[in-house]
Unconditional design. Structure first.
Length: 325
């Protein structure tokens, strides 16, 4: 795999011919930036990275790489015309002695993403996952944080994991014994509620895939939450569930939603619900309330263009142009 050291946005490099508009991974280490090309660029960048480095990915599809360093991984976003995709399963396992935090933002992961071992504080921001969870029942990754994320296939929480959902959409939660869950201003589709002991829920919305008799366990802590479409009162087994409400139809809560899931679905509340279904902070329940309302705008510039000349010039140099916005 070819790589170049980047000193200017437009530069000349001595190399062989490449196709135009290839996908790229940009590895930043201190003041030095290294560019890797092609669908294996993420693998190559991760292999070359040191703990604390930042890898920026262009739009396009990258093959996955297991990650064992506290790096920051950034994509172009999940709701644009050309997102960053990572395909194939991969495992995140950061050694306990690595003091840098693993952070991922703006990436769509198409397959399994597994956390393994006993490291702390991985953060996933504005990402979309199919299935995510711990690799084995004995794993004990602490304080896994999902902020403004979508988990469309499901998540497995187990071992001594602790998982936090902030203003996120989460489909299907399965849980081993001892795992801890905290969710705030999130939407939960078809959670296996009876297994979710050691859980805290506030300002959330629950709804089933189909007619369901599930209910939250008695020891769950739940405040200012909304349930839609359950066969029975899903709060019935709890001693206390302050300011929680249950509705029969999606239209009682959502502006347009009528079941199922699509990427285009916004889960916006209807006008009445926005003013009457309020969280513990007095703002609306669900994705758009709380201190971190759902918003997929990224916090950093992205690689918007990568053009590589079709052939070298008479001096053996190849023009490479990288656009950032």
């Amino acid at each position: 795999m070819k790589k170049v050291l980047l000193s200017l946005v437009v530069m000349m490099v001595a190399t062989t011919s490449f196709a135009q508009n290839t996908v790229v991974a940009s590895l930043s280490h201190g003041t030095e930036t290294t560019i890797f090309y092609g669908s294996n660029a993420l693998k190559d960048a991760v292999a070359a990275a040191e703990s604390g480095d930042v890898i920026n990915l262009s739009a396009g599809t990258f093959y996955a790489s297991d990650i064992s360093k506290g790096i920051t991984l950034r994509g172009t976003g999940i709701d644009i015309d050309e997102p960053t995709y990572i395909v194939n399963d991969f495992v995140i396992e950061i050694p306990a002695e690595d003091t840098n935090r693993f952070i991922m933002e703006g990436i769509r992961c198409q397959n399994w993403v597994r956390t393994k071992g006993s490291f702390d504080n991985p953060s996933f921001v504005k990402c979309q996952f199919n299935v995510v969870g711990n690799a084995t029942e004995s794993d004990a990754v602490k304080n896994i944080l999902f902020t403004n994320c979508k988990i469309t296939g499901g998540i497995n929480v187990g071992g001594d994991n602790s998982v936090f959902f902030i203003n996120s959409f989460v489909s299907y939660i399965s849980k081993y014994q001892n795992g801890t869950i905290m969710s705030k201003n999130s939407i939960h589709r078809q959670p296996i509620l009876s297994s979710l002991t050691q859980s805290i829920w506030s300002n959330c919305i629950f709804y089933p895939d189909k007619y369901s008799e599930h209910c939250l366990p008695a020891d769950a802590q739940v405040t200012n939450c909304v349930a839609i479409g359950y066969a029975y009162d899903m709060f019935r087994g709890m001693i206390e569930h302050p300011n929680c409400k249950q509705f029969g139809n999606y239209q009682d809560v959502f502006k347009e939603y009528n079941g199922g899931y699509t990427d285009e679905q916004t889960f916006e509340l209807n006008d009445e619900a926005k003013t009457t279904l309020l969280g513990t902070d007095g703002k609306e329940v669900g994705l758009y309330g709380g201190p971190l309302p759902f918003d997929l705008t990224l916090s950093y510039p992205i690689i918007s263009k990568m053009e590589v000349g079709e052939q070298t010039d008479d001096k053996g140099q190849l023009k490479v142009e990288i656009g950032v916005k």
